[in-house]
Ligand binder design. Structure first.
Ligand SMILES: Nc1ncnc2c1ncn2[C@@H]1O[C@H](COP(=O)(O)OP(=O)(O)OP(=O)(O)O)[C@@H](O)[C@H]1O
Ligand SMILES: [Mg+2]
Length: 354
């Protein structure tokens, strides 16, 4: 009889909250110290802006800390709310406080204001960069001016606050809290914790976890690491082997890369998507694209999709932002003695689906 591989799939689910956070010691202490007044029933008028890339543990860290400190809070994912996000967010807050949300936004705000008056309370606004600026302005303005709550804003965008209206920037006092991309060692710790919860101990070795951590380090994302582990485990089970092997990890990579790429680009603006699409098509055909050729391709793609023209400056800004997100890299290639060089743009290696 073949030994089973997966003990429980629950720890692999996106909504799973692990019993503790691996690593992240400095950031964890900083957040805990900042929220300490709330544990004594006092208020903390200075909020937090938690910033970091995809899957760097922002959401899970905040949730685990708030749960462990036993602070009353509402968690709102702005990305999953329907349009009129300010309205739905205030409605969620009211519901959490035991109220029944109906009527106009002003009505709901008045009730929330009364219920939260002088209270120690945290409101987490996750994926705030997915919220239209006007809605976010309204929400932050209300929460910071009319209530005593502590707002924890979570986003992938360091310059998010600077994009808000000047009076919102004035009223939102906050500390920035940066979540760096995970190193291989940190990813290994996270994988060790997760595999213990999800897999039978006979199903994997430290070497396999290391192999996955090495791959996931290319993006620094814990989500990518966990997804790879889950997929490799499923494959091992499917092939009825005793242990997860390197071959399973390789196969998992091909599958996970594709879905990861899709979720990564799903949140990007259409112009960014057009750039990635052009690069993807070219690399499939093995044609390297220079910056100029890519610009031409993007212009054509946008035109074809009736998305209006784009200036060279806008295009360069998009390239910069894609580079910061580790989605592309730029390579200078010399053209031979005295002939200068040409600049090529490539999709990040981990995005290439061979
Ligand atoms: N330090 C950690 N210890 C244990 N698990 C972690 C840690 N960091 C991240 N994870 C796990 O990795 C996955 C991704 O983390 P999380 O959802 O918090 O990332 P995020 O920074 O909020 O990403 P996004 O910007 O995409 O929302 C989750 O399954 C989470 O439980
Ligand atoms: Mg998150």
């Amino acid at each position: 009889m073949v030994m089973p591989i997966i003990k429980s799939r629950v720890p692999f689910a996106e909504t799973f909250i692990p019993p503790s956070i691996a690593d992240r010691e400095i950031v964890k202490h900083l957040i805990q110290a900042h929220l300490a007044p709330l544990t004594r029933g006092d208020i903390q008028p200075v909020g937090l802006h938690v910033v970091g890339g995809l899957g760097t543990g922002k959401t899970v860290t905040i949730k685990v800390i708030l749960e462990n400190l036993n602070i009353p809070y509402v968690y709102i994912n702005l990305n999953s709310l329907a349009k009129a996000k300010a309205y739905h967010a205030i409605a969620q807050i009211l519901q959490k406080l035991g109220g029944t949300p109906y009527g106009s936004l002003t009505r709901l705000e008045n009730i929330v204001k009364k219920m939260l008056s002088g209270k120690a309370f945290v409101i987490v606004l996750d994926e705030a960069d997915a919220c239209p600026r006007k809605e976010l302005d309204h929400l932050l303005h209300f929460l910071t001016r009319e209530t005593t709550v502590t707002v924890i804003l979570i986003s992938r965008k360091p310059e998010l606050i600077q994009e808000l209206a000047p009076d919102t920037q004035d009223s939102f006092k906050y500390r920035e809290c940066l979540f760096e991309e995970y190193t291989q060692q940190e990813l290994l710790e996270i994988l060790k914790q997760r595999s213990k919860l999800a897999l039978f101990s006979t199903a994997y070795t430290k070497e396999i976890l290391k192999e996955i951590a090495k791959e996931a380090e290319k993006i620094g994302s814990a989500r990518y690491a966990i997804d790879l582990l889950a997929e490799a485990a499923s494959l091992a089970e499917y092939y009825q082997t005793e242990k997860i092997t390197k071959k399973h990890v390789q196969e998992a990579l091909e599958r996970v890369r594709k879905t990861f790429f899709e979720t990564l680009i799903a949140v990007l603006p259409k112009t960014h998507k057009a750039v990635l699409q052009c690069l993807f098509n070219a690399e499939q055909k093995n044609i390297p694209l220079s910056v100029t050729a890519l610009f031409e391709c993007v212009k054509r793609t946008l035109e074809k999709n009736k998305l209006g023209p784009i200036t060279k400056r806008q295009f360069e800004r998009i390239l910069q932002s894609l580079k910061e997100r580790n989605l592309i890299f730029i390579k200078k290639v010399g053209l031979g003695r005295g002939r200068g060089f040409r600049v090529y743009v490539h999709l990040a290696d981990y995005l290439m689906l061979t």
